[in-house]
Design a protein around this ligand. Structure first.
Ligand code: G1P
Length: 293
């Protein structure tokens, strides 16, 4: 079975739901506790064995490319001052040279179109997609749980989670056929269904392992929900002639493209910090008390 070596990270979105914070900063660069959101997503992928990252970017997203470059002056200054601890932390965020590619999506035509923009760099091997709006805390990481299923079943794998019925219209939703523990066989999926027509409350989390064949379906995919070229529609077609499983992963997800989801992510990652976690919880309790009295 081909190992999953490459991941596509679509980062062209405007971040309109978190304006004005994202007016001059890409939403993927907003800090979640002590690092930009994108760092957690890259770390999740590295933990699952990903070796090459393809960022599908847009205008005003240069800060992402700069973040993953070497900060030469900063490193030299820290070195000169003997600040080795922070220097080591900084160096740990730097990718292996040549392990990141950047390609532009020239118009906001939808997630399916963004993924299609990475086709030449991916070629025809299976690859991962991580939507950087969604941060997932899990042990092992969400993508690592999926690569396990991929190793057993081959084909295609997506992560899903249960969402409240009133929220199904915000997501891609799967139509489950049968289930074996966390693994689900599907008979369909639909992007942003109305509450009364949704086939289940199992929503696609924003983590995918797909065969290179998906590009063939994306090539001629018509616009779907919201007038955009949808990845879900292309996956629903791919499912007709290739093995495809959903995995209800173990962990928690946070939607950083939304103000409250973003706040929850900051709290969750602060609470998880091995040094500051307990103090962070105390601080939040104290702050809550001060607002309730
Ligand atoms: C995208 C996908 C959707 C998925 C969601 C997860 O939607 O199209 O299938 O459930 O991400 O966050 P978007 O949030 O870009 O509208």
């Amino acid at each position: 079975m081909t190992q999953i070596r490459k991941a596509v990270l679509p980062v062209a979105g405007l971040g309109t739901r978190v304006l004005p914070a994202t007016k001059s900063i890409p939403k993927e660069m907003l800090p979640v506790f002590d690092r930009p959101a994108i760092q957690y997503v890259v770390d999740e992928a590295l933990a699952a064995g990903i070796e090459h990252f393809v960022f599908v970017t847009g205008r005003n997203k240069g800060a992402i490319e700069d973040y993953f470059d070497r900060a030469y002056e900063l490193e030299a200054t820290l070195q000169g001052k003997g600040k080795t601890e922070i220097l080591d932390e900084l160096r740990a965020t730097r990718p292996i040279p040549g392990s990141m590619s950047f390609v532009r999506q020239q118009a906001p035509l939808g997630l399916g179109h963004a993924i299609w923009c990475a086709r030449d760099i991916i070629g025809d091997e299976p690859f991962a997609i991580l939507l950087p709006d969604v941060l997932v805390q899990g042990e092992p990481s969400c993508l690592a749980q999926m690569t396990e299923v991929y190793a057993d079943t081959g084909g295609n794998v997506i992560a899903v989670e249960q969402v409240p019925e009133e929220d199904v219209s915000k997501y891609g939703v799967i139509d489950p056929k049968s289930r074996d523990g966390k693994r689900i066989e599907m008979q369909g999926m639909v992007e942003k269904p109305g509450r009364d027509v949704a086939p289940s409350n199992l929503a696609i989390t924003g983590r995918y392992i797909l065969q290179g064949r998906i590009f063939k379906y994306l090539e001629d995919q018509a616009a779907g929900a919201g007038g955009e070229i949808q990845l879900t529609d292309a996956m629903a077609r791919l499912m007709q002639d290739a093995p495809f499983h959903a995995v209800e992963y173990s962990g928690r997800s946070y939607d950083c493209g939304d103000k409250l989801g973003y706040l929850q992510a900051i709290l969750a990652y602060a609470f998880n910090d091995p040094h500051l976690g307990e103090s962070a919880k105390g601080l939040v309790r104290k702050t809550l008390d001060s607002f309730e009295t």
